[in-house]
Design a protein around this ligand. Structure first.
Ligand code: HEM
Length: 501
């Protein structure tokens, strides 16, 4: 009797799983959306931990050449959007319906769950609005001296490093620089990593950069299978690191007189967070808890340091292979220096230098650190006359795919800043260039990140000529990170820094 019951039960379970799988497998075919057949367990996620997602996204663009492609996050149907027009609808026109991201951390990971990158509405809108004050024109001007000082230190550091070895690990160098700038700008703490390679805050960002199999699994779950986060108690940031950041945060708050000391004119992220807590006290609004504060601090650090540093690393690596571009850039910088003297390294001067901006824009085209932008619709949504997606379907705008479309960017593998010259910019289709995302959920630190990149690039290029070190990989051969999900190099990238006369 027991065997009969057990066998029947087993048969029911197997039949259910089989029927469910059949339904899943036919999902996109039924809707006549192009797709590759899914793997029975991983769906379309077979590339995870084996290939950088940006390369996979590019394949999904190039193989199908269709406005959208059906995929599965394990068994969950999702959509890749390759069309700039549909991207515009999702990111901007209908952004009220696409406020939320799919990426999400679990209740076991408050720091991963409560930051503005992973938060969804209504809390996301409330916090994002309050944090935006950090990047106004006047706030950016207030950071001028800091960024200039740090970019000068960057040159000093390169000078010291090149005396020791020809091989300077550029990503390490630039993450030292960005840690200092973001650390001081956001937390008001002094960090001297640009000069020394070390600081308390730098230990945090070094931990953020370590991607082993465990951390890779944490990120894969948070980004593509959030239900697993609670099951395995995964976290977005390394737990010991956020605990350390919590202590740093408490110390800074204490030094400023605690949560009760009234903040009238917030000067950095810590002040803004304290002010939100004070303003919301006794109001109907959300309570700004300590977890929420540490969550914002963590995401500003994570979001700001490696993005800018990786952009600089790839841009300089490409420049070493293009002496003619270096020469054009050097000429522009030299002329600006003659005109502005010591004031050259001022944010408003640098932002006006056409070719400097073209070089950074082209670096971000070839190497958009987040190759895709994820959103979830809150309602059933008509993508076009042929397809309506159901509420809750994750959508990925394929930024990196568009950045390599030869119809929009001829010879996309060539590093060519001229594409972004004012006379050529008209050839770039609107919404096909998305290194910072678009719409209300676009990068909150865009102005700051760009300013930090301009300062560093200008300071370095005025002082050095960059040369390729023999037997190092060409840009097209550089191995990309496989454990982490962002577009960054897996190997050390070095160039020779040769002082200019
Ligand atoms: C070159 C530098 C940078 C690049 C390429 C970059 C890129 C991006 C991208 C693509 C997104 C997603 C946008 C979307 O989904 O539409 C994003 C979001 C974000 N970035 Fe950046 N970023 C950079 C610098 C920074 C800096 C300096 C900070 C902070 C100081 C920062 C903080 C954030 C945060 C907090 C979010 C989440 C915004 C939200 O969901 O509301 N980023 N960034």
């Amino acid at each position: 009797m027991f065997v009969v019951v057990l066998s029947t039960l087993l048969l029911v379970v197997i039949s259910y799983v089989y029927l469910r799988w059949r339904q899943v497998r036919q999902y996109w075919a039924k809707r006549q959306v192009v797709h590759h057949p899914p793997h029975p367990i991983l769906g379309s996620m077979t590339f995870l931990q084996r290939e950088n997602p940006a390369l996979w996204m590019r394949r999904m663009y190039e193989q199908f050449k269709e406005p959208y492609v059906g995929i599965w996050l394990f068994w969950r149907p999702s959509l890749i959007v390759n069309s700039p027009e549909i991207a515009k609808n999702i990111l901007v026109k209908d952004s009220a319906l696409f406020r939320n991201r799919f990426v999400h951390s679990g209740s076991t990971d408050p720091i991963g769950k409560l930051n503005i990158f992973t938060l969804n509405d209504p809390l996301w809108s409330q916090i994002r609005k309050r944090l935006s004050v950090l990047f106004t024109g006047s706030k950016m001007r207030g950071l001028q001296n800091l960024v200039t000082k740090k970019s000068n230190e960057l040159v000093e550091r390169i000078e010291n490093e090149r005396k020791k070895s020809k091989f300077v690990d550029m990503r390490m160098l630039f993450t030292d620089y960005t840690t200092d700038v973001i650390g001081t700008a956001s937390f008001g703490v002094v960090s001297d990593a640009t000069l020394t390679g070390e600081s308390a805050l730098r230990n945090v960002t070094k931990d953020f950069m370590k991607f082993d199999i465990y951390r890779g699994l944490c990120w894969c779950s948070v980004f593509f299978f959030p239900e697993m986060v609670n099951v395995f108690r995964f976290s977005l940031f390394p737990k010991q690191t956020t605990e350390y950041l919590r202590k740093v945060f408490r110390t800074i708050v204490d030094q400023r007189g605690g949560f009760e000391t009234k903040v009238t004119e917030p000067k950095d992220l810590v002040d803004v967070l304290i002010k939100i807590k004070q303003d919301n006290h006794n109001s109907e609004d959300f309570d700004m808890t300590e977890d929420m504060m540490v969550a914002q601090a963590s995401v500003f650090l994570q979001g700001g340091f490696d993005t800018t540093a990786t952009t600089l690393t790839f841009a300089l690596y490409e420049l070493a292979y293009h002496p003619e571009i270096q020469e054009k850039l050097r000429k522009e910088l030299q002329e600006a220096k003659e005109k502005h003297g010591d004031n050259l390294l001022e944010a408003n001067v640098l932002s006006q230098l056409t070719y400097l901006n073209c070089v950074i824009n082209e670096g971000l085209r070839k190497y958009p650190i987040m190759g895709w932008l994820d959103r979830v619709s809150t309602v059933d949504y008509k993508i076009d006359d042929h397809l309506t997606i159901t509420a809750g379907t994750p959508v990925y705008v394929n930024a990196v795919g568009m950045h390599y479309d030869p119809d929009i960017y001829p010879e996309p593998d060539t590093f060519n800043p001229d594409r972004f010259l004012p006379e050529n910019e008209g050839n770039i289709k609107p919404y096909s260039y998305l290194p910072f995302g678009e719409g209300p959920r676009k990068c909150i630190g865009q102005r700051f990140g760009l300013s930090n990149a301009r300062h560093a690039l200008a300071a370095v290029m005025l002082k050095y000529e960059l040369r390729v070190i023999p037997n190092t990989p060409r840009p097209s051969e550089v191995k990309l990170e496989r454990k982490g999900l962002f577009l960054s190099p897996e190997e050390t990238l070095s160039v020779e820094f040769v002082p200019r006369n």
